[in-house]
Design a protein around this ligand. Sequence first.
Ligand SMILES: [Fe+2]
Ligand SMILES: [Fe+2]
Length: 260
Amino acid sequence: MSVEAYLNKGIKEIISEFPEVEEILDEFEIGCGTCGEGLCLLKDIVDIHYMEEELEAELMARISNAIFPDKAVKFPKRKRKPKGPKEFNYSPPMKKMVDEHVLIKRWLALLPKVIENLDLETEEGLLLINKGIDFIRNFADKYHHAKEEDETFKYFDENFDMIKVIRNDHVKVRGHVKAMLQAIKNKDKKTLAENLLSYSQILPEHIKKEDEILYPWMDRKLTTNQIGQLYSKFNEIDLEYGDAPIKHRTFIEELEKKFC
Ligand SMILES: [Fe+2]
Ligand SMILES: [Fe+2]
């Protein structure tokens, strides 16, 4: 069987033919052996994990050694896209969270206009700001952060610095939201504007850290099995929230029409 044929073969089949491959994958923290499905092709596994080029070359050399012990056979080098600053190959659950960030970033882009047009006196003005805060609390925090804090982070050491930094940002944001709600009650436009501004300054950097450092790192650390678990959990969360995220998206679209 050719090298290419093995790249296009399901990993479970390869493992049953060459059990050593499971150990090699484990060493590289790719837990295909315990995956209930095992349908991924060898080439997809390499692609999903998007390891550093050298590490990937080492993994492929070990696998080819296990499959072709008597021959000096090399798997062809995978074509890599030239890595631009924002090009990441996210796993499906991480991609879901990155897509949610896109809507949050659209909200952040609207914030200068929202702040400029703050109106706590009319029904229309109050409706707008309350919907905005509802977006922050229920979409960006509850719905999105539930996936981060309650599901994804539990696979990692809570004391890991990067996770602490991200959690601290979430705490800071919640503090600003609390102050925003109080400011609305007090009809205090200045404090509301200040807190919206602080929020809008924390979030872009926070999202960048997650998109460009945290999620790619987590993707590298999670096993294929864990990624599968996470993805089905995310689908459950989406079901639980029903059409609430769609309503939030509609709110952003309406606001874009109003202000842009
Ligand atoms: Fe976050
Ligand atoms: Fe996030």
